[in-house]
Ligand binder design. Structure first.
Ligand code: JFZ
Length: 583
């Protein structure tokens, strides 16, 4: 499947006003709906698992057999205004709908006969109805179009007319349908392209030129291929750990499939939706979250409810996200995440306890005021202090009722932040691989599927030499003992060492955390208790322990993070403890 991704992340510059629409929006609804929704991953009486929109390809269903779904497709409950109303209640600012996915079936009236109006008893045009509903609701509207993969014509297991060369498909179906979408459905916010595969730069450029000619205000994402997109689409479900500059988005599913599947009810809840949305905005991106309506045209009620509850939070606190700048820090905090609007910072608390101390290191700005955002009243003003680079905010004893509480800070001027990571004295602190200084080892990007189409992405330190070292520069809030956990996989069953600049060291044995093929099974293992004798700046270094038992083999360990959990701290005290080491 990766061979279909092509050059899918590079982008080119875009006009300011188009970029501004994207930056202001932050949150959008992705909708995958088509003949695969009719099947719901059930085929010939067998229930399959994985992303359901790939059923035809995964099960090698001949075109003629798959077409039978069109004859049955009659989603009588489809109501464009209801879908758009949900997007609006969810706090989403635009909708992107699958006009044609890889199966080649068009969800709009196309001159190509394999379309919902001409080939189904339903006989209506959802692209038209959704574009009009979005305009009525004041939401942007875009379409997903699979410009390279088309299993009904060229990439099919049993193509109708044998192997059509891509150029013939490109000229005969792809460009004509893109032109139909650009000329018959009103203003589009974007066309969202996918899996450019082996398209040439000239072919990608021709699509972009057509868009600029017909709809110059419509954006193009990076999966148009060949670096000519205007904003970057990360890997599916990719939640970046480090801030990313420029225009970009994370796309995500509300369960584990894009298209509707009868066997997938692994729904996100409202808290998870908000934490992912906030985390992506805090790193500088947009979050486009998918729903997969069923064969009747109904968005599963469980996830619709979660989206509405998250939307109620956004109705109270959305100004902390829409149009916000990323966190001054490159990374998330132990207690949650931060966004910025000019000289105002918003601390989003994902997990907190009444009376807890919210602590962060390295803010380069004086704080004028701190207010706990309460929808009902002016909000309480927690006590705070800044000292030695640390900001400490003492939460009142009152209990909050929000899935995410928000502190609003006024700063003297625009806040910046140190790259050095603070080690909290009362909550676990995670040091991610991406922030390590490396020698004799490298930062690698891993992507794998848990089950088909359920992509996971992780950066980790690997390819170690014997003199290799991964080191983190930290600022320790308080001296004392900290229990270290190492999140890793692929161990070579040997000793490793974690050492501080005060010559404190622990040695641990890398035990089994076997991955299976490309599937990386990262596990947080306890490594030992480490002491910092002083607060302030320290250096933590991870290295393989050389022993005569291993003269030839290179040390192997794929390290994703180190977590430092205060030891002996009474976890029942008023501490914020949102990031327990991963398990
Ligand atoms: C593609 C489609 O194949 C899939 O069905 C769904 O529509 C998804 C949104 O997009 O899947 C991809 C494409 C690219 C990557 C991962 C999954 N990628 O670049 O990591």
């Amino acid at each position: 499947m990766k061979e279909l991704w092509g050059d899918h992340r590079q982008t080119s510059r875009t006009a300011a006003e188009k970029a501004d629409f994207f930056r202001q929006s932050k949150y959008a609804m992705f909708i995958h709906w088509g003949l695969y929704s009719q099947a719901g991953n059930l085929w010939n009486g067998v229930q399959y698992h994985g992303i359901s929109e790939w059923l035809m390809r995964c099960r090698e269903i001949p075109v003629r057999d798959y077409e039978r779904l069109a004859a049955e497709f009659n989603p009588t409950a489809f109501d464009a205004d209801a879908w758009v109303a949900l997007a609006r209640e969810a706090g989403m600012r635009y909708v992107v709908f699958t006009a044609k996915h890889h199966d080649g079936f068009a969800l709009f009236k196309s001159s190509h006969p394999y379309n919902i109006v001409d080939a189904t008893p339903f006989g209506r045009d959802p692209v038209r109805e959704l574009s009009e509903a979005c305009r009525r609701a004041g939401l942007g509207f875009g379409v997903y179009y699979s410009q390279f993969q088309d299993w009904h014509e060229i990439n099919g297991w049993d193509p109708v007319d044998g192997k059509t060369p891509f150029e013939a498909y490109f000229e005969g179906k792809c460009l004509p349908q893109i032109r139909e979408l650009l000329t018959q459905y009103g203003p589009l916010s974007m066309i969202w392209f996918d899996t450019p595969g082996t398209m040439t730069a000239e072919q990608s450029r021709r699509i972009v030129d057509l868009m600029r000619e017909l709809q110059p205000n419509a954006l193009t994402n990076s999966r148009i291929g060949n670096g000519v997109g205007e904003y970057a689409t990360l890997g599916d479900h990719e939640l970046p750990v480090r801030r990313i500059d420029g225009l970009w988005e994370t796309i995500d599913t509300t369960n584990d499939t894009w298209g509707y599947s009868r066997s997938d009810s692994n729904w996100l809840d409202d808290g998870e939706i908000l934490r992912r949305l906030i985390g992506v905005v805090a790193r500088g991106g947009n979050y486009m979250l998918n729903v997969g309506p069923d064969s009747f045209g109904v968005i599963p009620p469980v996830i619709a409810g979660a989206l509405r509850r998250a939307g109620q939070w956004l109705a109270r606190h959305g100004e902390t996200l829409y149009g916000a700048q990323p966190s001054p820090w490159e990374f998330a905090q132990t207690w949650g995440d931060c966004t910025r609007q000019g000289s105002r910072l918003y601390f989003h608390l994902f997990d907190w306890r009444p009376g807890a101390v919210v602590r962060c290191y390295g803010l380069r700005a004086a704080i004028r005021s701190v207010r706990w955002r309460k929808a009902s009243e002016e909000g309480e003003r927690p006590a705070f202090r800044q000292n030695d680079g640390w900001l400490e905010i003492s939460l009142p004893l009152g209990c909050g009722t929000e899935p995410v509480e928000v502190l609003e800070l006024e700063t003297e001027g625009e806040a910046g932040a140190e790259s050095r990571r603070g080690v909290d004295s009362e909550s676990p602190t995670r040091l991610d691989a991406e922030f390590a200084q490396l020698r004799g080892c490298t930062l690698e990007s891993f992507s794998w599927m848990e089950k088909f189409g359920e992509w996971k992405h992780r950066k980790a330190v690997a390819c170690w030499q014997w003199d290799g070292e991964a080191a983190w520069e930290v600022a320790v809030a308080a001296p004392g003992l900290y229990k270290a956990f190492i999140t890793y996989c692929d161990p070579c069953h040997r000793a490793w060492e974690l050492r501080t600049d005060e010559a404190e060291r622990i040695v641990f044995w890398a035990r089994d955390a076997e991955s299976r093929g490309e599937v990386k099974r990262f596990v947080a293992f306890p490594a030992g208790v480490l002491e910092f004798h002083t607060s302030g700046n320290h250096r933590l270094a991870l290295t393989p322990v050389l022993s005569d038992a291993d003269p030839g083999t290179a040390p192997g360990l794929t390290v994703a993070a180190i977590s430092l959990q205060p030891y002996n701290v009474n976890q029942l005290t008023t501490t914020v403890n949102p990031n327990p080491p991963e398990t």
